[in-house]
Write a protein that binds this ligand. Structure first.
Ligand code: BES
Ligand code: MN
Ligand code: ZN
Length: 508
C-alpha cells in the first residue's frame, strides 16, 4: 500500500505540424465529421481538405461506408492504403452544431478530441486536423481525454499507454502560445484528478496538506499549513469538530499567488477538503460510500487553480483557503446535538453529522474574508440534493446574483455545465436552532442544495461578493468515460475558475 500521494505523469505531447497532414508519417490522421443531410453522408469539418484531396474528394463517402454518421464522439477507422502517409484515417463525430451558426462549438471540438484521444490510446504519433477548427479546444480535449490514473495498479505501465504525441495541422496565428496555455490548463486538471483519484487511505488531511504544500512551493506560492494544534489555538471549531472522530487529524492549508507586480484584484478561493465522508455518527448507507473518496474535489480544484494562476502569471492575487478533515464515526466523533463554536465566534448546533462540509467551509470562509478580498468563490461536493436538482453533469451556482451569473456563464462557455440557483429567503428560518445561533440542517429535505447555500451565506462578510459552486455530481464520474471526461475525478470547476480569473484580470 502506498501512503504517499504519487502524481501521474503526462505522457501525451502536443505540437504543431507545419506541412501537409496528408504527407505526415503518423499512425493516424484525425478528421472531424458533422452529420450530413437526412440520408446523405457525413460532412468533413474544416482542416480535412488535403486528406480529402488525397482520396480524390471521396473521403466523406468512404467514411460513410465505414459506418460514420458524424454524431458526437463516434470514432470510425479507415485504413488509408497509401492514399496518405498515415496508416489510418480516423473520423470523429462532432455532432450537429450546438450554436446558431454552421460551425461546431468549442466543447464539441473538445469532446470529439477527447473521445478520439481515448480511442487512439496505444498509438505513437497522431496528426489531428481539428486544430484548424479550434486549436485551444482541440488541444485541451486531447490532453484531458488522454488522462489515465494508474498509480495504484500493480504494474502502472501495463495496458495501453495514452497516445504519445498529437500534432495539429492547419493552424493559423500563435499556435504555440495556444498550446502552452492548453498544456498549463491540462496540467492543473491532471493535478486535481490525481488528488481526487488517490484513495482515502493514501490521501488524508496530513498527506493532502503535504502534497498541497509541495505543489504550492514548486509554483512559487506562499504556503501556510495549520495542523490540529494550530487549529485549536486559532479557534477553528468547525474543522476541529468534524475532524475529531478520525485518527487522521485535520489541517487548514492556505496557498497564495501574489498576482505579480500589479494585481488588478484580490480573489479568495475556498474548497471543501473532506478526504473521506462516512457521514460520521449520522452514518451513510454502505452502497456507493466508496465514492466519498471524492469529497475533497473542491479542495483539489482550488489548489490546482491557484497553482495555475501562478503558472500563467495572471495579474490577479489569489489565495486558496482549504480546510481538510476526515469525517468518521468513533468514540471521539462529534455527535448530533453538539454545539460547535466556529472560527469568528458563531455557534452551530449539529443536527446531522453528515452535513459536515458546510461546517469546515464556514471556518474557511471567515478566515478567507480576513484578507479583504474583492471576491470570494467557494466550491464543494456539498449536497446530494445538487444531483437531484441538476443531475450529475451540471453544477449549481449560488450567491451574490452578479457573480453567480458570471460564473454560471463561464462554466457553460468552457464546457463545465453550470446553472444559477436561488437562495430563497423563506428557507433561512428553517436553519434556526433551539440552542445555538444556527443549525447545520433544516428539518426536511426540500431545497437541500439551497439550504446549504444559505447556511454558508451566514459566514460571508457583509458586502463581499461571493459565490458557492456545488459540484457534488460533476466532480466525480461514476459512469463510463465520455468526451474528455474519464471515470473518476474530473477536475471541475478548474476551467470555470480560470475563465473567471482571466475575466477579472481583464475587466475587474
Ligand atoms: N459529501 C456529501 C454530499 C455528496 C453526496 C457529494 C453525494 C457527492 C455525492 C455531503 O457531505 C453530505 O453528506 N450532504 C448531505 C446533507 C444532508 C445531511 C443535509 C446529503 O446531501 O445527504
Ligand atoms: Mn456528508
Ligand atoms: Zn461531504
Amino acid at each position: 500500500m502506498s501512503t504517499s500521494v504519487t502524481p501521474s505523469v503526462s505522457t501525451t505531447e502536443v505540437g504543431l505540424l507545419a506541412g501537409s497532414p496528408a504527407a505526415a508519417e503518423a499512425d493516424a490522421v484525425i478528421v472531424g465529421l458533422l452529420p450530413g443531410e437526412e440520408g446523405g453522408h457525413p460532412v468533413l469539418a474544416a482542416g480535412a481538405e488535403e486528406i480529402d484531396a488525397a482520396f480524390d474528394g471521396g473521403l466523406a463517402a468512404l467514411l460513410d461506408l465505414a459506418g460514420a454518421s458524424g454524431k458526437a464522439e463516434e470514432v470510425v477507422r479507415l485504413p488509408s492504403r497509401g492514399a496518405v502517409a498515415a496508416q489510418l484515417v480516423v473520423g470523429v463525430g462532432l455532432g450537429a452544431p450546438d450554436g446558431d451558426g454552421e460551425d461546431p462549438g468549442a466543447d464539441q471540438v473538445r469532446r470529439a478530441s477527447g473521445a478520439v484521444a481515448r480511442a487512439l490510446a496505444g498509438s505513437g504519433r497522431v496528426v489531428s486536423t481539428l486544430g484548424a477548427v479550434d486549436l485551444a479546444a482541440a488541444a485541451e480535449g486531447t490532453l484531458l481525454g488522454a488522462y489515465r490514473f494508474t498509480a495504484f495498479k500493480g504494474d502502472p505501465e501495463a495496458g495501453k499507454k495514452p497516445v504519445g504525441r498529437v500534432e495539429f495541422s492547419g493552424v493559423a496565428g500563435d499556435g504555440l502560445g495556444v498550446l502552452r496555455h492548453a498544456v498549463a490548463v491540462a496540467d492543473a486538471v491532471r493535478t486535481a484528478r490525481d488528488l481526487i483519484n488517490t484513495p482515502p487511505n493514501a490521501l488524508y488531511p496530513e498527506t493532502f496538506a503535504a502534497r498541497a504544500k509541495e505543489l504550492g512551493e514548486a509554483a512559487g506560492l506562499d504556503v501556510e499549513v495549520l495542523d490540529d494544534a494550530a487549529l485549536a489555538e486559532g479557534g477553528f471549531g468547525g474543522v476541529l469538530g468534524v475532524g475529531q472522530g478520525s485518527a487522521r487529524k485535520p489541517r487548514l492549508v492556505r496557498l497564495s499567488w501574489s498576482g505579480g507586480a500589479n494585481p488588478v484584484r484580490k480573489v479568495a478561493l475556498v474548497g471543501k477538503g473532506i478526504t473521506f465522508d462516512t457521514g460520521g455518527i449520522s452514518i451513510k448507507p454502505a452502497a456507493g460510500m466508496d465514492a466519498m473518496t471524492s469529497d475533497m474535489s473542491g479542495a483539489a480544484a482550488v489548489i490546482a487553480t491557484t497553482v495555475l494562476a501562478a503558472a500563467l502569471e495572471l495579474p490577479v492575487a489569489v489565495t486558496a483557503t482549504v480546510p481538510m478533515a476526515e469525517n468518521m464515526p468513533s468514540d471521539s466523533a462529534y455527535r448530533p446535538g453538539d454545539v460547535l463554536t466556529m472560527y469568528g465566534g458563531k455557534t452551530v448546533e449539529v443536527l446531522n453529522t453528515d452535513a459536515e462540509g458546510r461546517l469546515i467551509l464556514a471556518d474557511a470562509i471567515v478566515r478567507a474574508a480576513e484578507d479583504e478580498p474583492d471576491y470570494l468563490v467557494e466550491t464543494s461536493t456539498l449536497t446530494g440534493a445538487q444531483m437531484v436538482a441538476l443531475g450529475t453533469r451540471t453544477a449549481g451556482i449560488m450567491g451574490a446574483p452578479e457573480l453567480r451569473d458570471r460564473i454560471a456563464a463561464h462554466g457553460r462557455a468552457v464546457g463545465e455545465d453550470a446553472w444559477a440557483m436561488p437562495l430563497p429567503e423563506h428557507l433561512r428560518a428553517e436553519l434556526d436552532s433551539r440552542v445555538a445561533d444556527l443549525a447545520n440542517v433544516t428539518g426536511n429535505r426540500f431545497g437541500g442544495m439551497l439550504a446549504a447555500g444559505l447556511f454558508l451565506r451566514e459566514f460571508v462578510a457583509e458586502g463581499l461578493p461571493w459565490a458557492h459552486i456545488d459540484i457534488a455530481g460533476p466532480s466525480f464520474n461514476t459512469g463510463g468515460p465520455w468526451g474528455y471526461t474519464p471515470k473518476g475525478g474530473t477536475g471541475t470547476p478548474i476551467r470555470t475558475l480560470l475563465a473567471l480569473l482571466e475575466d477579472i484580470a481583464e475587466n475587474g
